[in-house]
Design a protein around this ligand. Structure first.
Ligand SMILES: NC(=O)c1ccc[n+]([C@@H]2O[C@H](COP(=O)([O-])OP(=O)(O)OC[C@H]3O[C@@H](n4cnc5c(N)ncnc54)[C@H](OP(=O)(O)O)[C@@H]3O)[C@@H](O)[C@H]2O)c1
Length: 328
């Protein structure tokens, strides 16, 4: 399985960088695309803003596997169509269309999301009646207006998954596709080199709670460790281990975001005592029943929320000790 050329998108992000490291450790060679050369100080690499260039034809020669991780997270924008929906959906479809032209490609693993299989109403209000699996689908498909950036993000993942399903049915590719569908991805972001960046992206749910931020908007509390996501994304390349064209939902345990407070009191009492971690924040959690049994059977147990929170907070404290004064 080792020594294949793996093409990775999104390697400059939280999940993608972890995937990059695990892919290299597994013995593969890697080619990566980034959208902005200026931000990453990288020389030999393809720059690829999905919004402007919708073909990966020039990137895939000699590739055996693709890890398609890149997609916009829910960040505030005036233009959700161009900033969130289009890059997510066209990014996915253009990489699949380009892969059709490359005979050596055997599998594409896509970072989908738990929100891709759960209706928006359940994500906002909870759902005690239905059990969601990796084979659940949101219907009808969402359409514009997209609403705020959170709604647009959810729609982007539903639509990208819908486009992938349609591609499989209509194009019958020579390669297989595996969708990995994480809940909130938690765990140290190795790219964050300043304490103020530790809580960016999905780690914000942990850092928000431990740094005292209160929010009234409830969020679905499905969580998974970034290292588990990366491990599973790379394990899913192995066609002998994971049959093709399957999806895997990832949610480690049934918790509330605010459980981070007790975890931090237990493992970082000094930082709580001296006020480095002020605590007192809160994110109301919406609970859903996600069936992840197939994922656990295939890939083994997932690290729990306690491990995830410890990883993020330890990273923050380590960086704070190197640059005192920058606390968040
Ligand atoms: N984090 C979560 O809780 C979570 C949960 C479920 C699924 N996911 C999925 O996991 C994937 C990675 O998320 P993440 O948490 O690692 O987010 P992230 O840290 O924001 O990384 C996103 C990556 O995608 C790239 N990207 C974003 N918009 C792009 C565009 N328009 N054109 C080209 N590249 C673009 C980013 O490039 P730049 O570095 O240039 O910005 C970055 O490499 C996404 O598909 C996301 O939907 C994440």
């Amino acid at each position: 399985m080792a020594d294949n050329l793996v093409f990775i998108t999104g390697a400059t992000g939280h999940v993608g960088f972890a995937v990059l490291v695990v892919t290299l450790k597994a013995g593969h060679r890697v080619r990566a695309s980034v959208r902005r050369r200026d931000r990453h100080q990288i020389d030999e690499i393809k720059t690829h803003p999905f919004y402007q260039v919708f073909s990966f034809d020039a990137c895939l020669h000699g590739v055996t596997y693709i890890e398609h991780v890149a997609s916009p997270l829910p960040r505030p924008t005036e233009d959700p169509e161009n900033d969130i929906i289009i890059p997510a959906v066209r990014g996915t479809i253009s990489i699949l269309n380009s892969a059709l032209k490359v005979e050596s490609i055997r599998r594409v693993v896509i970072t989908s999301s738990a929100v891709a299989v759960i209706p928006s109403s359940a994500l906002s209000k909870g759902d005690s009646e239905n059990v969601y699996t990796a084979n659940s689908r949101v219907r009808p498909l969402p359409s514009s207006p997209w609403g705020d950036h959170s709604s647009a993000y959810r729609a982007s993942k539903v639509l990208a998954l819908g486009a992938t399903d349609r591609f499989l049915a209509e194009r019958r590719p020579h390669f297989s596709i595996v969708n990995v569908m994480p809940g909130y991805v938690i765990g140290a972001n190795e790219l964050a080199n300043d304490p103020s960046k530790v809580g960016s992206g999905s780690n914000g749910v942990v850092m928000g709670v431990v740094m005292g931020q209160k929010t009234s908007v409830a969020r679905p509390c499905a969580v998974v460790d970034v290292q588990d996501v990366a491990r599973i994304q790379v394990a899913a390349l192995d066609e002998r281990r994971v049959e093709g064209s399957k999806s895997f939902l990832l949610d480690s345990d049934s918790v509330s975001f605010d459980d981070a407070i007790d975890i931090v009191k237990k493992y970082f009492p000094e930082a709580v005592k001296d006020g480095t971690l002020p605590l007192g924040g809160s994110i109301p959690a919406v609970h859903l029943h996600l069936d992840v049994s197939d994922s656990i059977r295939t890939f083994g147990p997932l690290k729990n929320y306690e491990t995830q929170v410890r990883s993020v907070v330890a990273h923050n404290l380590a960086l704070q000790s190197k640059s005192p004064g920058k606390t968040k």
